[in-house]
Design a protein around this ligand. Structure first.
Ligand SMILES: NC(=O)C1=CN([C@@H]2O[C@H](COP(=O)(O)OP(=O)(O)OC[C@H]3O[C@@H](n4cnc5c(N)ncnc54)[C@H](OP(=O)(O)O)[C@@H]3O)[C@@H](O)[C@H]2O)C=CC1
Ligand SMILES: CC(C)(CO)C(=O)C(=O)O
Length: 334
């Protein structure tokens, strides 16, 4: 399978390294010092499951690669709207795009029936730019249960989790999902194909919706939030509100808030990807993880006062970080 990883960061480079280890043809698209290291030394994965090293092709120009069978999007979701020029050279008539992301994807109401069918989630696709850049027909959903970080340029630290659940937006059984899953499994990852990926999206989102913004706002790890009684109560309230939105959209996660909190506590002193972002002076990935859920609450009539307040506060921080990054472009280019 010919695969390109567009935005080969913490998660993308980890998936790419595993796919290459399993025998797939992998091309990494990255930039900056990370790209220099990938070109010079390949990807080193440091993992409690065993370290490994692979040397896939790495570039900043997808025209060097050309059409592939599968593109994995490893960007943060806020970069999807601008990815058209990078994505286009990789697309052949049947290329699938696996969106490995947290939160509500741009394709959320694609492939469903009922009054919301085909509706655009404006928080994640404000003017349709994402749908134009990445046509929903190409999308394969992907819920990431792994936790990784870029420990140094070209070096990925894998902390926990090897599950990447995938699924077609319309729940159908497809050869492209089966092929991608087989390539991931060959690389040592778990890649179940879910007929109802929206349930997985909400199970994962229960954690992210609370821990990602709270960790970024308080500069705390997940375990620190769990140990602080007030922060823990806020996280719990946010999770309950998210579950209510999911239920109104017809999704029952079947997982209690208590169980999800216990899982977060077990993750220990893990820094979320949003905490990594703000520590690097970058806006966190808020639109897909929180703002979209407030939008869906308004759509379904759910009361979400805690989500609304945290979204407003975190948006304020994001605006400041975006303004600071705009006045210091060289520092933020990484
Ligand atoms: N990290 C984790 O443990 C988890 C992450 N996720 C989700 O996975 C997704 C990816 O997150 P994560 O891997 O942490 O993010 P990263 O920031 O580590 O990776 C994104 C990568 O894309 C690169 N990139 C951005 N724009 C371009 C460009 N124009 N050209 C080339 N490269 C570019 C970034 O480079 P640069 O740094 O130079 O901008 C970065 O290396 C998110 O949706 C996140 O929520 C889900 C579960 C766990
Ligand atoms: C915290 C984690 C790894 C999920 O537990 C995550 O999804 C993130 O860092 O964004």
């Amino acid at each position: 399978m010919r695969t390109a990883i567009l935005g080969a960061g913490a998660i993308g480079a980890y998936m790419g390294a595993a796919l290459a280890r399993g025998g797939a043809e992998v091309h990494l698209v990255a930039r900056g010092a990370h790209l220099d290291a990938l070109r010079a030394n390949g990807v080193r994965v440091i993992s409690p499951r065993g370290d490994f090293h692979v040397r896939p092709h790495a570039t900043d120009d997808p025209r060097d690669i050309g059409p592939v069978d599968v593109v994995v999007l490893g960007f943060k979701a806020q970069h999807y709207a601008g990815c058209g020029p990078l994505l286009r050279p990789l697309l052949g008539p049947a290329t699938a795009v696996v969106a490995a992301q947290n939160g509500i994807p741009w394709w959320y109401f694609h492939g469903v029936e009922g009054p919301l069918a085909g509706r655009r989630v404006t928080s994640v696709d404000p003017d349709g730019a994402v749908s134009r850049a990445i046509p929903v027909e190409r999308a394969i959903g992907c819920v990431v249960y792994a936790a990784t970080e870029i420990a140094a340029p070209g070096v990925i630290r894998h902390m926990e989790g090897t599950r990447f659940s995938i699924g077609e937006p319309d729940g159908s059984d497809s050869a492209r999902c089966r092929d991608f899953s087989a390539a991931m499994v060959a690389g040592g990852l778990k890649c179940p194909i879910e007929r109802d990926l929206r349930r997985d999206i909400w199970i994962k989102l229960m954690g992210n919706i609370a821990f990602n913004p709270l960790s970024a706002l308080t500069r705390s790890t997940m375990a620190e939030i769990c140990r602080d009684p007030i922060a823990r109560e806020l996280a719990e309230t946010m999770m309950r509100e998210a579950l209510e939105v999911a239920a109104r959209l017809g999704v029952e996660t079947g997982i209690s808030v208590e169980r999800r909190l216990a899982g977060a506590e077990r993750a220990g002193d893990h820094r979320t990807s949003s905490l990594h972002d703000v520590e690097r002076g970058r806006p966190m990935e808020l639109d897909a993880i929180l703002t979209a859920v407030v939008e869906l609450a308004d759509l379904t009539g759910a009361r979400v006062p805690a989500l609304r307040i945290v979204n407003a506060v975190a948006s304020r921080l994001n605006a400041r970080l975006a303004a600071a990054a705009a006045t210091a472009p060289l520092a933020s280019a990484g």
